[in-house]
Write a protein that binds this ligand. Structure first.
Ligand code: BGC
Length: 734
C-alpha cells in the first residue's frame, strides 16, 4: 500500500480504533477462529479491544491463523489485518542449538542459516514476526537468559546481529518464507544487578554506549522491523518509559524507523517500578517515551482515550505510534496478503523436513566446545564405551525457548550413538534433578516421582556399567528448566545428584569424557578434576544426539570456542575477558604483594576464557606481521599470521584478532575482539590469515563522550583465544 493510503486510513480511524491498534493480546484470547471472551475479560480486556487489536502473540498454525485473520478482518471497522508475532528463538519445529551455542560456532553463517530455517517454518505456520534476535550483551552466568544471547562480546554479537536479521528478513520481509525481526531487549537487559532476572541495571553511559548498544545498532542498521523494550531500568528509568533511550538514542542516533513494542506487561510494570502512580500514568509515560505497542496490558486500551480527550496527551503522539503499526503491516505486505505464507500444505512439507534437520545437525556440530582432552576423544567404534548420565536419554535439549518445538522430535545421545553403530552400553545413573524435585520450566513442569531407593538402584547400575567399560562418556549438566527466562541461579554447578554420580563413576573408571549440557557457563572445577575430556554441547537442539555422536566418534572435530567465559567460581561473576585496566593489576610474579586487585581464595582468571576451545588436532601460529607500524587517519594496515595444523587430524581453528589501546583519555579495556576467521585445515596444511585494521576499529567514547579514535600506541594480538600473547605494536598517528 502506498504511504499516502496509510495516512488516509489513519485519518479515517476513530480514536478508539487507533488506540486498539496499539494493543497486542495473546493467543488464549482466540479459540478456533473466534474471540474467547472469558480469558480476555478475566484479565480486564474488553471484547471491543480484542476485536480491534493490532497484533497478537503466540498463536501458531496455518489453519488457525487463517481463520482468526479472516474473522478479525471481517469484523474490524476498517478491515485491518492483525500481525501474528511469536517467540521463534532457535527454531520453530526444528530446534537449532540455543543462541549462546550459536555464538560458540564463531560463524555467523550458522546463525543466519538457523534464522532462515526458523523463518521458513514459522512463516508456513502463519507467523509474521519473531521476537528475535535477543542482542543483550551478557557477562553474568547467573542470569538464566544468557542462553538467548550470543555471548559476552560486543563485536561477536554485532556480527551475529546482522546475520540473524538477514536470516529472518532476507532482502525484504514481504518475500515468501521471511518474517520480521524484533530486536530485544532494548536496552541492556543482560546486565541485571546480581544476575537476578528483571532486576535493575546500573551501567555508566560510556559502558552502555561502547559495549551494550552496538549489537542492537547493528541489527537496526540491518533493517530489523521492530525493537522491544526491556523490563529493566537504566539510569533508574524503566525502558518502556525512557524517552532518552527510545527517542533520542534509538530513533535519533541509530535512525530506527520501525515499530517499538513493549515487553510483556512492561508498560504496567512502570507502575511497579514506582515511576508511575497508576496504569494511566504508565500509559502516558510509555507513549511519550515512544513505546508504540502495548503487549498484554490494559494501560493503552483503557487510558489513552481519557489522556487524549483531557489534553494530557497530544493525539499526534498516538497517530505517530499507530502509523508505525500500520507501516509494519505494510512492510510485511499484509494489506495485500493478510495470511502471508500461512499454508497447511507448506507446513506439512517444511516443518522438521530432512533438509532442516540436516542443517540443525550441521549447526550443532559447529557449536560444541572441547575444553579438555588428554587423548581419550575421539572414541573408536570398537572400544566399549559406557554412556552414563541423565542426558543420555534426555530429550529436553532443545532450549528453554523452543516453546513450539516438541521434545519428542529431538534425538537423544542414546539414539545418536545407536545410529552410529558403536559398541556402547547405557545407564542413566540418576535423574537430572533430585528425587522428588519439582521445577517449572518455560512451558512445562519438571516433576520427579523417583524415590531415594530407586535413585540408589540407578546409581548402582551405572557404576556397574562403568566398571565393565573401557571408557565412560558421562552426559551431565543443568536441566533445560534451570535455564532461560526467570532462571537465575546463585549456584552455577551441576545438580547434586549428578555430582554424586560423577564421583561414584570416577571411583571405578578414570577414563571419563564429560559431555556437558548447559544453557550458561557453569562452575565445572570438579568436573575438570575428575574427567579426562570435557565437551560442552549446550542445549544442542532437535538433532543434538546425532551431532554429539558424530563429534564424539570423530566424524568431525569439535570446532567451537567459548562465547562466554566459564568462571572459576561464581564469586568472580560478572567475569569477562575485556575487563578494564585497574590501577593495581595483579602481578603473578609478586604473590607476596597483598595490595593488588585480586581474590585471596581464587584466581582472577576464569577457568576457561572467552574464545577458548580445543580441537582433535593442534595448531601453530607464526608471529604477527603488521604491514606497517603506523596507521594514519583513514588509512589501513594489515595484521597477518600463518596458522598450521600440526596434528594428524583435520580440524578447525578460529583465529581471533584482539586490539589493546595502550593509553586513552578514559580507561580502556585490556583488549577487545576486533575480528575472527574460522579455518578448516587438513593435517600439515597451513594458511595465512590477514585482518585489516582501520581507525574505525579503534573508536570508543572519549572523555567528552565523543565517539572517536585517539592517536597513540596499540597492541595487536592474534591467536586462538582471548589470552593469546602473540602480539605486535603499531601507532595511530594523525
Ligand atoms: C520476554 C520476551 C518475550 C515476551 C513474549 C517476555 O517475558 O521477556 O523476550 O519476547 O515475553 O513472549
Amino acid at each position: 500500500m502506498e504511504q499516502r493510503k496509510l495516512l488516509e486510513l489513519l485519518e479515517e480511524m476513530s480514536l478508539e480504533e487507533k488506540i486498539n491498534q496499539l494493543f497486542q493480546g495473546n493467543g488464549s484470547f482466540y479459540e478456533g477462529g473466534s474471540i474467547a471472551t472469558g480469558p480476555a475479560s478475566e484479565q480486564g480486556f474488553s471484547e471491543k479491544t480484542i476485536r480491534e487489536a493490532g497484533s497478537v502473540l503466540s498463536i501458531v498454525g496455518a489453519e488457525n491463523i487463517k481463520k482468526i485473520q479472516k474473522a478479525h478482518m471481517e469484523n474490524h471497522p476498517h478491515h485491518i489485518p492483525l500481525v501474528f508475532m511469536a517467540d521463534i528463538i532457535n527454531g520453530y519445529k526444528t530446534a537449532f542449538p540455543i543462541p549462546l551455542a550459536q555464538g560458540a560456532a564463531f560463524n555467523p553463517k550458522v546463525a543466519k542459516e538457523g534464522a532462515e530455517v526458523a523463518a521458513k517454518e514459522a512463516s508456513a505456520a502463519g507467523i509474521q514476526v519473531t521476537f528475535s534476535p535477543m542482542l543483550d550483551l551478557v557477562r553474568d552466568a547467573r542470569w538464566g537468559r544468557v542462553m538467548e544471547s550470543n555471548g559476552e562480546d560486543t563485536y561477536l554479537n554485532s556480527v551475529y546481529a546482522k546475520a540473524l536479521v538477514e536470516g529472518y528478513q532476507g532482502d525484504d520481509p514481504k518475500q515468501p518464507g521471511k518474517i520480521g525481526a524484533c530486536v530485544k531487549h532494548f536496552a541492556a537487559y543482560g546486565a541485571p544487578v546480581a544476575g537476578r532476572d528483571y532486576n535493575n541495571v546500573e551501567l555508566s553511559e560510556r559502558t552502555l554506549r561502547d559495549d551494550y548498544l552496538p549489537a542492537y545498532e547493528a541489527a537496526v542498521k540491518a533493517g530489523a522491523l521492530l525493537v522491544m523494550t526491556s523490563f529493566n531500568t537504566l539510569n533508574r528509568m524503566p525502558s518502556s518509559a525512557n524517552k532518552w533511550l527510545l527517542r533520542d538514542i534509538l530513533r535519533g542516533e541509530m535512525g530506527f524507523e520501525g515499530t517499538v513494542i513493549s515487553d510483556w506487561a512492561a508498560i504496567e510494570e512502570i507502575r511497579n517500578h514506582g515511576v508511575a502512580k497508576d496504569r494511566k500514568e504508565a500509559a502516558k509515560l510509555a507513549l511519550l517515551a515512544g513505546t508504540d505497542i502495548d503487549m498484554m496490558t490494559t494501560c493503552y486500551s483503557n487510558y489513552l482515550k481519557e489522556l487524549i480527550e483531557s489534553g494530557e496527551l497530544d493525539e499526534a503522539l498516538l497517530d505517530e505510534a499507530v502509523l508505525r503499526v500500520l507501516e509494519l503491516k505494510n512492510k510485511l505486505g499484509l494489506f495485500e496478503n493478510p495470511y502471508k505464507d500461512a499454508d497447511e500444505e507448506a507446513e506439512k512439507k517444511v516443518l522438521l523436513c530432512e533438509e532442516h534437520r540436516r542443517k540443525a545437525k550441521e549447526a550443532a556440530k559447529e557449536t560444541f566446545v572441547l575444553l579438555e582432552n588428554d587423548g581419550i576423544l575421539p572414541l573408536k567404534k570398537e572400544e566399549k564405551v559406557a554412556f552414563i548420565g541423565p542426558f543420555t536419554e534426555e530429550k529436553a535439549i532443545i532450549g528453554a525457548w523452543s516453546i513450539f518445538a516438541d521434545e519428542k522430535d529431538a534425538v537423544s545421545v542414546k539414539e545418536g550413538v545407536a545410529a552410529i553403530g558403536a559398541n556402547a552400553i547405557f545407564a542413566k545413573g540418576c535423574d537430572s534433578l533430585e528425587p522428588g524435585a519439582v521445577m517449572p520450566g518455560m512451558n512445562f513442569i519438571y516433576e520427579s516421582s523417583r524415590t531415594q531407593t530407586q535413585a540408589q538402584m540407578m546409581l548402582d547400575e551405572a557404576v556397574e556399567a562403568a566398571q565393565k567399560a573401557d571408557k565412560v562418556v558421562l552426559c551431565i549438566g543443568e536441566h533445560m528448566a534451570q535455564t532461560g527466562e526467570a532462571a537465575s541461579r546463585a549456584d552455577i554447578t551441576i545438580p547434586e545428584g549428578q555430582k554424586k554420580l560423577l564421583r561414584e563413576i570416577a571411583r571405578v573408571n578414570k577414563n571419563i569424557a564429560v559431555v556437558l549440557f548447559n544453557g550458561r557457563p557453569l562452575d565445572i572445577r570438579e568436573i575438570k578434576e575428575l574427567a579426562k575430556a570435557v565437551l560442552v554441547v549446550w542445549m544442542p537442539g532437535t538433532e543434538g544426539g546425532n551431532a554429539i555422536a558424530e563429534v564424539l566418534y570423530g566424524e568431525t572435530a569439535p570446532s567451537g570456542k567459548l562465547p562466554m567465559s566459564f568462571p572459576y567460581a561464581v564469586g568472580q561473576v560478572p567475569v569477562f575477558y575485556n575487563e578494564f585496566k585497574t590501577g593495581r593489576r595483579m602481578n603473578p610474579d609478586q604473590p607476596e604483594n597483598r595490595f593488588q586487585s585480586r581474590y585471596m581464595d581464587i584466581p582472577n582468571e576464569p577457568l576457561y576464557s572467552f574464545g577458548y576451545g580445543l580441537s582433535y588436532t593442534e595448531f601453530s601460529y607464526s608471529g604477527v606481521k603488521l604491514s606497517s607500524g603506523n596507521l594514519e587517519r583513514n588509512g589501513k594496515i594489515t595484521a597477518s599470521v600463518t596458522v598450521k595444523n600440526i596434528g594428524s587430524r583435520k580440524g578447525a581453528e578460529t583465529v581471533q584478532l584482539y586490539i589493546r589501546d595502550e593509553e586513552g583519555s578514559v580507561v580502556r579495556p585490556v583488549r577487545e575482539l576486533r575480528g575472527f576467521e574460522k579455518l578448516w585445515l587438513d593435517p600439515g596444511e597451513e594458511k595465512e590469515v590477514s585482518f585489516t585494521i582501520t581507525e574505525n576499529m579503534l573508536k570508543f567514547h572519549d572523555i567528552n563522550m565523543k565517539y572517536t579514535a585517539e592517536p597513540g600506541r596499540f597492541t595487536v594480538f592474534v591467536g586462538g583465544n582471548s589470552r593469546t600473547l602473540n602480539q605486535a605494536e603499531f601507532c595511530l598517528t594523525f
